[in-house]
Ligand binder design. Sequence first.
Ligand SMILES: NC(=O)C1=CN([C@@H]2O[C@H](COP(=O)(O)OP(=O)(O)OC[C@H]3O[C@@H](n4cnc5c(N)ncnc54)[C@H](OP(=O)(O)O)[C@@H]3O)[C@@H](O)[C@H]2O)C=CC1
Ligand SMILES: Nc1c(N[C@@H]2O[C@H](COP(=O)(O)O)[C@@H](O)[C@H]2O)[nH]c(=O)[nH]c1=O
Length: 368
Amino acid sequence: MTKTAPFMNQALGLAAQALFLSNPNPRVGCVIAAADGRILGQGFTQQAGGPHAEVVALRDAAAAGHDVRGATAYVTLEPCAHQGRTGPCCDALVAAGIGKVVASIADPNPLVGGQGFARLRAAGVEVEVGPGAAQARELNIGFFSRMVRGTPWVRLKTAASLDGTTALANGASQWITSPAARADGHAWRARACAVLTGIGTVLDDNPRLDVREVPTPRQPHVVVVDSQLQTPLDARLFIAGRACYIYSAAQNDAKQAALEARGATVIYLPNPQGKVDLPAMLRDLARRGVNELHVEAGNKLNGSFVREGLVDEMLVYLAPTLLGPGLGMANIGPLETLTQGLALNFTAVDRVGPDIRLVARVRGRDVF
Ligand SMILES: NC(=O)C1=CN([C@@H]2O[C@H](COP(=O)(O)OP(=O)(O)OC[C@H]3O[C@@H](n4cnc5c(N)ncnc54)[C@H](OP(=O)(O)O)[C@@H]3O)[C@@H](O)[C@H]2O)C=CC1
Ligand SMILES: Nc1c(N[C@@H]2O[C@H](COP(=O)(O)O)[C@@H](O)[C@H]2O)[nH]c(=O)[nH]c1=O
């Protein structure tokens, strides 16, 4: 008899290797094991349009000349049952003669939800669901958010002095944190489907908002919240090979055409205050396949995200320096009572070079 935990842990480790790769598809790992415990094949989801984990594992087994008939497939998400850019994985498992599937968690995709398991059972494959469910969901928190809530998982990243200053009053902010912390920030950009900023930051910093400090097989899209279409045509964030979405609140056909000639897509989504309608923007980004949204904006836009209840998680780098008053992390005040603050739970505290990295979740948000 084989034991589930080691194989599922290995499948979860494989899924983690798809962290920068599989967007907007979920990060999934698969291990195919024989009854005597030998591993016959393994794999993880490839880039969008490429094979899913199960197919990679089946090919791996075939390439090694292994017979998988009667073997058990340990997979971190329900095998898909629909024809997308690739064929249904449950059919591939059945065709290969897999005897049992152990899956961590059902697919939240309404096109799949339960149908993969049903198809496998109908074909006589034994199905067990549950081992590794919490880790599999956590690795795909953005995919679950997009499928269940219809909006991305919003992670607000900010770099500050120990006293919470993210820029001096004159706008100077480069750099507050160390090269090590900035490289770490690039790894968090790399796992996101899109990096978002505000026009204030574009005009002040002319940022690139790409992934340069860590190796990555793909670049996240870039999103600018820019009511008046002030994004300069020579902004450094126009980078070939990634989408650029600019959300506006005022129509300006000539500027829109010029930005679109630079490769941007301009989307008109005003709110009653003449700014960008942020909840509508999040729904639109989810429709465009954004799972995790990495927000790297200034005090004003961060404040709107917080005030409108749109933030799921904070990723904060604190440098060992005091900068006194300047721009804070998020302009949410002035508050009248302490209980009006944004309540968070710290989930991780780590040293990164000379700095500290904090991850904190907004209380009550991860309930979908
Ligand atoms: N240390 C750090 O981690 C970071 C620091 N910074 C620093 O922050 C400073 C820029 O901050 P800031 O000026 O606040 O810029 P933001 O990046 O926050 O952009 C703010 C602008 O976004 C536009 N906007 C559109 N819709 C909305 C909405 N619904 N809510 C809020 N804003 C909206 C507004 O301009 P409009 O109405 O024209 O559209 C607003 O002025 C720079 O000095 C930069 O260096 C920036 C990022 C990270
Ligand atoms: N100042 C500051 C950060 N600032 C963020 O980095 C952006 C620049 O990105 P790029 O052009 O891609 O290098 C800038 O506009 C702002 O969003 N980040 C940090 O990790 N530490 C820092 O001290």
